[in-house]
Design a protein around this ligand. Structure first.
Ligand code: SF4
Length: 326
């Protein structure tokens, strides 16, 4: 399958002075096919959001390349690049409140992108805004309201409409549900699923909640301390996680079904993600891994296929022999 978005060896470091460097994202490659949803999971500090922002040009890449429909995207975006690519790539942000201009009405916020692109007159923009209000489950009267007059779920619906009114092909959803109540989270995920089917969207869906990612995504990718440690079909990764870190994430994830949750012991994740400053050689998970071996502390495991495991799965762990084709 041809990739719509193809990130190759993307690295994003932040220099913070005194010779220190934050390794936010290190050598991450990910190809996303047209109409595919890839869910990206990991604890806070794993680099998921930085990777998503780097894909759409909100962070300059330290190294690596991103291709969109075969075209290599700029290393560093200029204002004209945002104008050029915003019709094709958009981002839905984690905190709907801080990402919406409090001085603009909902109608102005949703229609702003179309206005900036200069493609429609006022009446046409109003009609498109009304259409999108309806598609995201809001009413026309909401167009005259301000963000502070809406609930968290309604604000996130506005954020979704604002991103999708430009009919992008690719959307990065950066933890779009984590600031919302549990009951609203499911509604937003369902809405994204419906829109994905009707628009044929391609998405990178970044989230903490593995159950939501499993429901919405075709594939699930797991990041730890700036590196990708596992990727494969969502159902397979969730039901048979290979990497010890993924196993811990799954074991600590509450089941949405109360009956299944009662029958299962949820195990909190032990320890904390270490500092991403000046990360050295070896497996980054070695300090927390129950299976750590001597070689794990000196040899960095590669993300690759594993012997005896389905060929569409990849894992970065010395516990697995490489697949014969790798
Ligand atoms: Fe654990 Fe070693 Fe695998 Fe890292 S490489 S996850 S430390 S077994």
């Amino acid at each position: 399958m041809t990739a719509l978005v193809d990130a190759r060896h993307v690295t994003k470091h932040f220099r913070i002075g005194r010779g220190q460097t934050v390794h936010a994202v290190d050598d991450v490659s990910l190809a996303i096919a047209e109409r595919e949803i890839v869910g990206l999971v990991g604890e806070s500090g794993s680099g998921k959001s930085t990777f998503g922002k780097t894909l759409v040009g909100l962070h300059e890449k330290t190294s690596g390349e991103v291709y969109f429909e075969g075209e290599r995207l700029p290393q560093r975006y200029r204002p004209a690049d945002f104008q050029r690519y915003s019709r094709r790539m958009q981002m839905i942000f984690q905190d709907p409140y801080s990402s919406l201009n409090p001085r603009m009405t909902v109608g102005e916020i949703i229609g702003e992108g179309v206005r900036l692109q200069g493609g429609s007159n006022s009446a046409a923009i109003r009609s498109e805004v009304d259409d999108w209000l309806e598609r995201v489950g809001l009413e026309r009267v909401h167009a005259a309201r301000y963000p502070h007059e809406l609930s968290g779920g309604q604000r996130q619906r506005v954020g979704i409409a604002r991103a999708l009114i430009l009919k992008p092909k690719f959307v990065v959803c950066d933890e779009p549900i984590s600031a919302l109540d549990v009951s609203v989270q499911a509604q937003i995920v369902r809405l994204l699923g419906e829109i994905k089917s009707s628009m044929g969207l391609t998405m990178l869906f970044i989230a903490h909640d593995l159950s939501m990612v499993r429901y919405l995504s075709d594939r699930m990718a797991v990041m730890y301390l700036g590196s990708m440690v596992e990727i494969g079909p969502s159902e397979a990764v969730y039901s048979q996680p290979l990497h010890p870190y993924t196993q811990m994430l799954v074991a600590s994830n509450p089941e949405p079904d109360p009956e299944s949750e009662r029958q299962r012991a949820t195990v909190p994740i032990a320890g904390e993600i270490p500092s991403p400053i000046n990360v050295g050689q070896g497996c980054r998970f070695a300090g927390r891994c129950p299976h750590v071996m001597d070689m794990c502390r000196s040899v960095t495991p590669e993300l690759r296929g594993a012997a005896g495991v389905e060929p569409d799965r990849r894992v970065a762990c010395h516990l697995y022999e490489p697949a014969t084709s790798d």
